[in-house]
Ligand binder design. Structure first.
Ligand SMILES: Nc1ncnc2c1ncn2[C@@H]1O[C@H](COP(=O)(O)OP(=O)(O)O)[C@@H](O)[C@H]1O
Ligand SMILES: [Mg+2]
Length: 272
């Protein structure tokens, strides 16, 4: 296993570089010859119809599923050569239906997220407290995870993924780190949707690269820096959201006629 040292990466090298990748599940080829590069500080929305391969792609990007064809490098090094233990410092994944079969307390789950980080108990307590505050779960810390609502649970697992990546000191950058989120806002009310989007923008401004699967294009497009639409076994749009979303790309993506409204800030909203 090669030693992973992000400091050795070239500054202009993408954080994550996917070249000629195929993804097959069962007998279906989902994605074919996919080429994508992700950079530090980007907040990328990933969208596409049910079953097009968004979650499958995310597991490949996170190193949780093997590559069948193509190459995937992270900070200039083949992802498959980086041990999962080492990878834990640099990329976190929030799965689509994140849950636990055991009745852990929320605080215990958040502590587990930082088991690979050497830090004082006081530091850990402080960082968990700050994130709990930011994601409005402070009042849930002593609750059993299995008794939470879907939206409450989503905020806990999102906090857990972020806590896995946060440095010991808030002065350290999040550059070189990757957060992969699979529909993290699907169960959230409007206040918490907005709160989560604002927090994700703030993290990306600190250098974190975020890839977020979402069906809620109207929620995410004003916040994300880039939008990727998957269809026809590949990427049919990859641009700023106001350019990626057109009547044509939406029709190719969702196989139905949708309309677009543009506001004075050039934000684009999809309507039926
Ligand atoms: N292990 C598997 N075996 C067979 N089919 C699978 C497997 N995992 C996913 N699929 C199928 O692959 C397609 C893509 O799944 P997924 O990546 O979860 O889609 P989505 O874009 O909705 O996240 C779906 O049709 C799903 O049923
Ligand atoms: Mg999915």
């Amino acid at each position: 296993m090669a030693h992973f040292n992000p400091a050795q990466a070239q500054p202009l090298e993408p954080l994550l570089d996917l070249v000629d990748v195929d993804i097959t599940r069962g007998k279906r080829q989902l994605l074919c010859n996919l080429n994508l590069a992700f950079n530090a500080g980007e907040f990328i929305a990933l969208a596409g119809e049910n079953g097009c391969g968004k979650s499958s792609l995310l597991t490949v990007l996170g190193g949780l599923a093997p590559l069948e064809k193509g190459t995937l490098s992270f900070n200039g090094q083949p992802l498959s050569e980086i041990s999962l233990q080492r990878l834990a410092d640099y990329r976190a994944v929030m799965a689509q239906s994140a849950s636990t079969p055991f009745g852990f307390l929320v605080d215990e789950i958040l502590q587990l997220a930082r088991h690979h980080i050497v830090e004082s108990p006081a530091n850990r307590h402080h960082i968990i407290g700050e994130i709990a505050e930011q994601f409005d779960i402070t009042h849930l810390l002593s609750r059993n995870i299995q008794t939470l609502s879907g939206g409450e649970r989503q905020r806990v697992f999102l906090s857990k993924a972020i806590l896995q990546l946060l440095p010991i000191s808030s002065h350290d950058s999040l550059e070189g780190k990757l957060l992969l989120l699979d529909e993290p806002t699907s169960a959230l009310d409007l206040r918490h949707q907005k709160l989560v989007m604002q927090q994700l923008v703030s993290l990306s401004q600190q250098g974190l690269c975020i890839v977020c699967v979402s069906h809620d294009l109207n929620l995410i497009s004003p916040y994300c820096s880039r939008m990727i639409l998957l269809a026809e076994q590949g990427c049919i749009a990859d641009d700023k959201p106001e350019n990626a979303l057109t009547i044509d790309t939406l029709a190719r993506c969702y196989h139905t006629q949708l309309n677009l409204i543009r506001n004075l800030d050039n934000d684009v909203f999809v309507t039926h």
